[in-house]
Design a protein around this ligand. Structure first.
Ligand code: GRF
Length: 197
């Protein structure tokens, strides 16, 4: 299942792949923290159940995390994919799905973690950045890396143009990686995340 806060182009890519039985993974549900997220509309159009779990509807962060955990657990997902989900998950959430929560990040981790990975890479002046699919641990974008793809920074790039180019690579990497993980399994040992081990 997929958690998303934004427009949902990564979700759209997964939904475009999941009808093919040979892909091996299905998006069983979508949860968003934002009532207006484009990802929710994409889920509706695809006939996938969606739920909003907004922090504003809860007393505090801990209560929201519990609400989110319950909302996700209802779907009994094999894996939870964070596709542009812009909030940190509490350890209590991660304990429910050990080694099975996967995030996509628009930079080559461990460089440029956090909410502004594209902006930070550009400001640093790197010539190559990219995207990372990784297992989520209780740090910020620090979990074991499953797959990465490199994207060149071009002269004249601004944050929007670079992010757009990264997102093209990110969608293919996410679709390919989620499919392989679903078909072949994922083994996580320390910092090593290995598909099909
Ligand atoms: C992606 O680049 C994701 O890595 C980042 O936000 C973007 C979300 O894009 N954190 P979308 O909502 O899937 O189009």
């Amino acid at each position: 299942m997929v958690l998303a806060s934004g427009g949902g182009s990564n979700l759209a890519a997964l939904l475009a792949a999941h009808d093919d039985p040979s892909y091996g993974a299905r998006v069983v549900g979508v949860v968003s923290d934002k009532p207006g997220a484009g990802a929710l509309e994409l889920a509706r159009q695809a006939g996938v159940p969606s739920v909003v779990v907004a922090p504003g509807d809860f007393e505090d962060r801990a209560a929201w995390n519990l609400g989110l955990t319950d909302a996700v657990a209802v779907f009994q997902p094999a894996y939870v994919v964070l596709a542009g989900f812009m909030r940190l998950l509490a350890p209590t959430f991660l304990e429910q799905f050990p080694g099975r929560v996967v995030n996509t990040h628009p930079a080559l981790l461990p460089s440029f973690p956090g909410a502004h990975g594209v902006r930070d890479a550009l400001a640093y002046g790197v010539k190559v950045t990219g995207c990372t699919v990784h297992v989520v641990d209780d740090g910020v974008d620090t979990g074991p890396i499953i797959a990465q793809a490199a994207v060149p920074v071009l002269d004249g790039d601004d944050e929007a143009s670079l992010h757009e180019r990264i997102k093209v690579a990110e969608r293919s990497l996410l679709v390919e990686t989620v499919g392989r993980v679903a078909r072949e399994g994922l083994l996580v040992e320390g910092r090593q995340a290995v598909i099909g081990a």
